[in-house]
Design a protein around this ligand. Sequence first.
Ligand code: 5GP
Ligand code: ZN
Length: 119
Amino acid sequence: MAGEPQADCLFCKMVTKEIPATVVRETETTLAFRDINPQAPTHVLVIPKAHHPNAAALAAAEPQLMADILREAGEVAAGDGIDGTGYRVVFNTGAGAGQTVFHVHAHVLGGRGLNWPPG
Ligand code: 5GP
Ligand code: ZN
């Protein structure tokens, strides 16, 4: 069922702390932790604690939870001091776009120049 924990999901295991993570923020509904393979000085993943496969599915099922993710992305940026210089929030959606973990996550990237278009 939508939102239920998935036994084989890496990020559900982050939520239960079965797999350790460097947590930077936690709320009742969200978790933010540093990416294990950072692509920028700040590279934090913000996830809902509930399992949804991608951004579109989350927005359709629980729009307030999507709003929570976006608010937390802003809080992460402020916490790392990159809200003034600029940062990027990315949801890779589908394998063709580089999604490898099918528990929705916002990448929060910043702390260096970010090219546009991203390629
Ligand atoms: P995607 O490619 O699905 O958009 O992003 C998945 C992200 O999860 C990647 O940036 C990858 O480095 C990160 N990741 C994969 N496994 C782990 C892990 O065990 N711990 C952490 N902190 N990040 C991970
Ligand atoms: Zn999950």
